[in-house]
Design a protein around this ligand. Structure first.
Ligand code: SAH
Length: 515
């Protein structure tokens, strides 16, 4: 066996928005044996590491180094020399004020193989998210990246202020917030117009982004008043003026709003993605755990006689997925469904799940609640003597089976999954954010999400909703259950889908009501 050869990947993680890592960078993170990261690298990226990957935090906030640079170098090179694939994950780009050059030199000196995966640097991306293009035809034909954090012990500045004051383009300062005053002062005393436009952008590309604009003369005061802290990028130049027209990120409808998603983990992502697209900070707090059927024999029995049903009715994506799971497990596939069978899906998402299995759906009621399923089925002809299969959750409302039986149908209800209460890992943090009033909306997408949420956070915390924190329910049934728990629904969509719910939350905050 040949010995595994170690290697170092100096990977740029981007400026904060975790999606701004490159594909190459993400692949390196996924394969890493050891992940060494600092404080500006977005932490959610760590979840892409494989199980068993060793994750080492080496800190690095200006002036407060958790681990001295020499030690980081030794650690990284040491692990790679011992055969590990080491990913050194750095905020922004590793070679732009990131000491990546030093780490690469160290690797080269030790004869350890390394690769550099460039990243999206804060000096370009942060202004971009603030609506400031760093170069612009007719305004700025050059860009300078400058460190605002020189070695404090230095007697003479390495920065040639005279040249910078004359620079024919945009000046971008990294690590400069602590010296904003002296930066502005140096530039003006070397001849730059005190009215020159300046933007200071804190935690750009994240939901905490905040920007202040002004002139060299007044920016110091404005930043102090606004209480902006590091990390921040300082941009000086005409391009700052474009922000007025180009600020896209902060003007998204849910920017600065925090929304809790209580759906099961398996289902949360689609909903979260839509809310995220509207600019919300989304906290996923799964309250429901989906598990196996409590009656597998009955499921097997129904699958055995699948060719005899006239109607198959699916009321959730879980129902579809779990039903096909059992169908496959029985050694069969969709051909086991009878020629005569018609398929009904409660709504468009359930329909899409069926279509993904190659099936055509015959009926989707206009409104996505049990009552309209019955109405829609009735409209498709006499139900007397028809055999209906209803694969769904273990505990479900009786509206559909009862109404269909009353119309003479033979209904087999089978539980293809059961739901239980989940224990979300982030429960403590969610409760803290709720009690501190930092959550704008809690969303409920089913009755069980309400019940489980109240049980998880506790009655008193739940009772606190309705003030700063609004309640959004997907439809009237969920809203009714919420009401039974003393929660008044503030937001409800007209169509009872997650898309509808997300849009209703968005509209609530854009129609002025939320302000
Ligand atoms: N290698 C990094 C820069 C590291 S120096 C890169 O290429 O982006 C750290 C400085 O970067 C901070 O002091 C701040 O000036 C800037 N910075 C990094 N991320 C930032 C963010 N999200 N918002 C504002 N400034 C940021």
């Amino acid at each position: 066996m040949t010995e595994k050869k170690g290697k170092i990947y100096l990977v740029g993680a981007g400026p904060g928005d975790p999606e701004l890592i490159t594909l190459k960078g993400l692949r390196a993170v996924e394969r890493a044996d050891v992940l060494v990261y600092d404080y500006l690298a977005p932490e959610v990226l760590l979840q892409y590491a494989r199980p068993g990957c060793e994750k080492i935090y080496v800190g690095k906030k200006a002036g407060r180094h958790t681990m001295p640079q020499e030690e980081i170098n030794r650690l990284v090179v040491g692990r790679a020399a011992a055969g590990a694939m080491v990913v050194r994950l750095k905020g922004g780009d590793p070679f732009v004020f990131g000491r990546g050059g030093e780490e690469a030199l160290e690797a080269a000196a030790a004869g350890v193989e390394f690769e550099v995966v460039p990243g999206v640097t804060a000096g370009v991306a942060v202004p971009a998210y603030a609506g400031i293009p760093v170069s612009q035809r007719g305004m700025a034909s050059a860009v300078a990246f400058i460190t605002g954090h020189e070695d404090p012990g230095k007697e003479q500045s390495d920065i040639d202020w005279e040249q910078l004051a004359k620079f024919p383009g945009t000046l971008v300062f990294y690590m400069g917030l602590g010296r904003l005053g002296s930066i502005a002062q140096e530039l003006t005393s070397h001849g730059l117009d005190p009215a020159a436009e300046v933007a200071v952008i804190h935690r750009g590309t994240t939901e905490r982004q905040r920007a202040v604009t002004g002139s060299l003369e007044d920016i110091g005061r404005k930043v102090r008043q606004a209480g902006l802290k590091a990390p921040a990028i300082i941009v000086v130049g005409k391009v700052v003026g474009l922000r007025e027209r180009l600020s896209w990120f902060e003007s998204r409808p849910l920017f600065g709003r925090t929304v809790i998603v209580t759906r099961a983990r398996e289902q949360a992502s689609e909903f979260s993605r839509i809310l995220d697209g509207y600019g919300a900070r989304v906290i996923e707090m799964p309250t429901i755990r989906i598990s196996d059927s409590p009656e597998p024999e009955k499921v097997a029995w129904a699958i055995d006689r699948l060719d005899r049903y006239d109607w198959l009715i699916f009321t959730s994506v879980n129902g579809v997925e779990r039903f096909f799971h059992y169908l496959r497990a029985s050694g069969r596939d969709v051909r086991a469904i009878g020629q005569q069978a018609l398929l009904c899906a409660i709504g468009p998402v359930t329909r899409a799940a069926l279509e993904a299995s190659g099936l055509r759906v015959d009926l989707v009621p206009g409104s996505y609640v049990a009552e309209s399923v019955v109405e829609a089925l009735k409209s498709r002809g006499d139900l007397k003597g028809k055999r209906v299969l209803l694969p769904r959750a273990a505990v479900a409302r009786q509206v559909i089976p009862e109404a269909l039986r009353a119309l003479g149908a033979e209904v087999d209800e089978v539980a293809v999954y059961s739901t239980g209460i989940e224990t979300p890992e982030n429960l403590d943090r969610v409760v803290e954010e709720l009690t501190e009033g930092r959550v704008d909306v809690v969303t409920f997408t089913s009755s069980s999400t309400v019940e489980n949420f109240v049980r998880l956070v506790g009655e008193p915390v739940a009772a606190g909703l309705g003030g700063k924190t609004l309640v959004a329910s997907i439809g009237p049934v969920t809203a009714e259950i919420a009401a039974q728990h003393g929660l008044r629904t503030d937001i409800m969509p007209e169509d009872y889908t997650v898309e509808g719910l997300a849009a209703a939350v968005r509209d609530h905050f854009t129609s002025g009501k939320g302000l």
